[in-house]
Ligand binder design. Structure first.
Ligand code: DAH
Length: 349
């Protein structure tokens, strides 16, 4: 009787154990035979009804069936998994002979690079690099720089006014001089540069833009003289344009410095011989500067009988254009990566 049952299950099993390629069907089959109420599981639980002398043989036969199923299960599962893997591998085959996708490479903006170079030179001389607001008060942009309301010097700086006559877009970075001295409270020496954006109502053309970058410098201390200014700018321009670059001053006029000068450097293209870039003079004017006017010191709380200083300001855009031989300032602000890559490569050559 019991043997008959075993034979029946064996026959059933032999019919079920066929080739297949579906893991789910295979697992369902496992539940059918070896699950909690599976056919082999239930057969096994009948052992308690078997006379003791037959128990051993019965148990062995049930185990044979279980082993038969497990062998089949393991083998089939391995085969199915291997098939899935092979199929995936052939689908995801990589063709290493295909040409790659070109990733465009960038390069730093030459204007940013020039500003960083200037910052490094001044930091190596102990200067702080400071910041100031681009939306500025008339007081700092003009009045405390010795340019009172109605003064004709204001006209030269076609200013963007934002609110009435008091709030404006700074037309120069010089207001940062005032802000820094006010912080020093007439007691602390000052040694700063301030690179930043400035704005003027200029018609935009190749050499003018309504927005441009200036770099301002200010030193206030005891016994500061014109020769300190000359020595300092000499170091800067030798670093930027080469060791053979020379610096010279010629008289100029600014409300906030007395005396005032403009600073020329020898043309780095012709090395002073004269060429198209320097209009055959061998020199190029690059900076406005001077000794800080006593009124400016006084208004910001520094006693001019104790303190003296020098100040200077120059256009970073213009310097970058000179250095890289660019004839349009628009190049400095466009976002075409190809151009910055070209400059980067030229510089490295
Ligand atoms: N702020 C002046 C300008 O925009 C440049 C300048 C000249 C700055 C002389 C200075 C200076 O600090 O002393 O044209």
């Amino acid at each position: 009787m019991e043997n008959k049952k075993i034979e029946e299950v064996k026959e059933l099993l032999q019919n079920d154990l066929k080739q297949m390629d579906d893991l789910k069907v295979l697992n369902d089959l496992k539940v059918k035979y070896l699950g909690k109420t599976g056919i082999i599981t239930e057969l096994n639980s009948e052992i308690k009804n078997i006379p003791n002398e037959d128990k051993k043989e019965f148990g062995m036969k049930v185990n044979e069936l279980r082993t038969m199923f497990n062998d089949y299960y393991e083998e089939t599962r391995n085969k199915i998994e291997e098939n899935i893997l092979n199929e995936k591998l052939s689908r995801e085959k990589i063709d290493i002979s295909l040409p790659g996708v070109k990733i465009p490479s960038g390069a730093p903006s030459i204007l940013e690079k020039l500003i960083e170079e200037v910052e490094e030179v001044f930091m190596s001389m102990g200067y702080d690099v400071v910041d100031g607001p681009e939306i500025e008060e008339d007081k700092y942009n003009f009045e405390m720089l010795n340019i009172p309301k109605g003064h004709p010097a204001r006209d030269a700086q076609d200013t963007f006014y934002i609110e009435g006559e008091e709030i404006l877009l700074r037309s120069q970075t010089s207001p940062v001089q005032v802000r820094t001295m006010l912080e020093g409270k007439g007691e602390k020496p000052v040694r700063i540069i301030c690179p930043g954006k400035t704005y003027r109502r200029d018609d935009d053309d190749a050499t003018h833009s309504h927005q441009f970058m200036q770099i301002e410098g200010l030193v206030v201390d005891k016994n500061i003289s014109m020769s300190d200014l000359k020595g300092t700018l000499d170091v800067l321009f030798k670093k930027l344009f080469g060791e053979d670059t020379e610096t010279r001053f010629h008289p100029s006029y600014y409300q906030f410095t007395e005396p005032s000068v403009e600073v020329d450097i020898t043309c780095h293209k012709c090395h002073g011989k004269g060429c198209g870039m320097c209009k055959n003079s061998g020199w190029i004017t690059v900076v406005g500067a001077g000794i800080v006017h006593p009124n400016v010191l006084k208004m910001s709380g520094y006693d001019p009988s104790v303190w003296t200083g020098f100040a200077f300001g120059f256009g970073a855009d213009r310097l970058a254009m000179l250095k890289y031989g660019i004839d349009s300032c628009r190049v400095l602000y466009n976002t075409d990566l190809r151009e910055s890559v070209v400059f980067d490569r030229k510089e490295k050559e």
